[in-house]
Design a protein around this ligand. Sequence first.
Ligand code: ZN
Length: 155
Amino acid sequence: MKSGRQRRVEIMLRRQEKRLANSAKNKYLHGLSAASQYGMPHGSVPVNPANLNPNNSYGIPEIVKRGFYVDMPFICKHCGTPQIWTAQQQHWWYELAKGDVWTIAVLCRPCRIKERERKALARKIHLEGVLRKVQLSNNKLPREITANKQLMTQI
Ligand SMILES: [Zn+2]
């Protein structure tokens, strides 16, 4: 018959063994990528909703529902080349660049660069036009006013 004290020692030893086994298991789990631990596909990146650009919509974006970003194939709207919008690129767009949560990639990189240049040129032409208009009206205005003044004095 074992004494109470012996039994207590046995129980403590068994507990210690369990703790060690658990810590080994935890270490093994933490060594794995966060993605595979949560059953996410390889290469996916977890979503942190706190970093997303706030929006007034009542709907919940797909990325928030899913909880992680996955590589997304798409076809460039301009040149038709099949592309992949990677999980990392999505993480950057939504959480660092604070892109709208309802937007997705539609253009490949070369087309995006071309589009940016086209927009910049269009903006430049527009602003030059506005400037010309302002200068024209500035030149015209005083003449109109002086003409009116001359008319007024004639009457
Ligand atoms: Zn393209």
